[in-house]
Design a binder for this molecule. Structure first.
Ligand code: FES
Ligand SMILES: [Fe+2]
Length: 415
């Protein structure tokens, strides 16, 4: 009998994250951010990650544990377990598990019984870095790959700010692939003054959409947009990175047109399941403004100049215009699932097309038992993962050839 031919990975595979799915197996090769360390207190925290119900806790020695949520005995939730005695104890019949899922005690079993040694609660390795807790849910849990030392989580030359976790109820890939879709910045966000950087409104102008190019990078890709700068030999540059499996880097922002960028904004995205995801937003600031975070959060989440909703407006998203956040949520959550929705891709979708192709290729790599882009070898454990996305003013690169957002290829950049 002929060997069964493996099915090719398509875009329709990308939204699904469960353990049996192709994208789910790929995502499980990476360390994923699952919680903010400061939010994990002295009670267990239930979390759904990649479709699996889990419980996160710190035992009485301070060790982190991530176990299957439902007790191996008869399924009660360990989210209500008691922490102590070197682990977490199920409230129902008192089975005690350590952070590795070993069952240490079964109080109702006969004294001297060895039954507990045969019981193992599912467990995953967990590590803390820069205030975030990461989990590895892949196949080799005894020898996971190194947790990458992402620059904004390990740098020590400035101040780190971790926003509270944000939760959304639509498919994760819609959010992720929105990152290299930089054409939308000039259109969807035109009422909200994208970024409101000193030059941002001008740069993302829908009457003069900046040309951009999609570029593959060591850990993923980035969309690089350019416009003529304030002096003939300079240009405004905006780089937006998408790193595998699900990290978005919004650039190191040079807000005031100074030489050195002084804030980098990174978003770690983790799917809860096929319909929900969570975001961990990290800012790393090296400037001298003591009120910087206050100002930037007000800009991101503060009151916007939204229109008053019309009394007869029965749509779910009423006055969404004026808030970048609401504009993104409205557009992404109404798209439906990639692979199910009808699409007509144009030239301005080239960033999205590159990201989808890259993810498909890396899924194929995993299905062939290879190491996908962004998963480090043991030898690479100490390297700093610098996302090298820049936003600000740079000396003009005259040789650069970029395609404009409307699809025309412009040769040399205008001076
Ligand atoms: S269900 Fe957990 S100990 Fe019985
Ligand atoms: Fe957006």
């Amino acid at each position: 009998m002929a060997a069964k031919r493996k099915r090719k990975v398509t875009d329709a595979d990308l939204p699904y994250v469960g353990p049996e799915t192709a994208a789910g197996q790929w995502l499980r090769r990476y360390w994923l951010a699952i919680w903010r360390a400061e939010d994990l207190k002295d009670i267990p925290q239930g979390i759904k990650v990649l479709g699996e119900e889990l419980v996160l806790f710190r035992d009485d020695k301070g060790r982190l544990g991530l176990l299957g949520m439902h007790c191996a005995h008869r399924g009660s939730s360990l989210e209500y377990g008691d922490i102590g005695n070197g682990g977490i104890r199920c409230p129902y019949h008192g089975w005690l598990y350590d952070v590795r899922g070993n069952c240490l005690e079964q109080p109702a079993e006969p004294r001297g019984s060895a039954f507990h040694k045969k019981v193992k609660q599912p467990s995953y390795p967990v590590q803390e870095l820069g205030g975030l807790i990461f989990a590895y849910m892949g196949p080799d849990r005894d020898r996971p790959p190194p947790l990458p030392r992402y620059a904004p989580l390990v740098r020590e030359d400035g101040v780190r700010y971790l926003e509270p976790i944000r939760f959304y109820d639509y498919n994760w890939f819609n959010f992720f692939e929105n990152a290299p879709d930089v054409a939308h910045l000039s259109i969807l966000h035109r009422y909200s003054g994208y970024g409101k950087q000193t030059w941002g409104n001008n740069f993302f102008d829908y009457r003069d959409i900046p040309p951009f190019e999609a570029v593959a990078t060591e850990y993923g890709m980035k969309a690089v947009s350019r416009k003529p700068g304030p002096t003939p030999d300079s240009e405004y540059v905006h780089e937006l990175g998408a790193l595998l499996p699900s990290i978005i880097h919004l650039g190191s922002v040079n807000d005031q047109g100074r030489e050195e960028p002084d804030n980098e904004h990174t978003i770690f995205l983790t799917p809860n399941d096929d319909e929900r995801f969570m975001l961990f937003s990290v800012d790393y600031y090296t400037g001298s403004d003591a009120k910087f975070f206050e100002k930037i959060m007000a800009r991101r989440y503060g009151p916007s100049q939204k229109e008053e909703p019309k009394p007869y407006d029965r749509r779910k998203y009423k006055s969404f215009r004026g808030s970048i956040l609401m504009e993104d949520i409205m557009t992404q959550s109404t798209q439906g699932l990639l692979g199910r929705r009808e699409e007509r891709l144009g030239s301005s979708d080239r960033g999205v097309i590159m990201l989808r192709r890259m993810v498909r290729e890396e899924i194929e790599t995993v299905l062939k038992k290879g190491r996908p882009k962004g998963v480090l070898t043991k030898d690479q454990a100490t390297r700093i993962i610098d996302f090298s996305c820049f936003t600000g003013i740079q000396r003009k690169q005259l040789h650069s050839t970029v395609a404009s957002a409307s699809g025309h290829v412009s040769g040399k950049l205008r001076s």
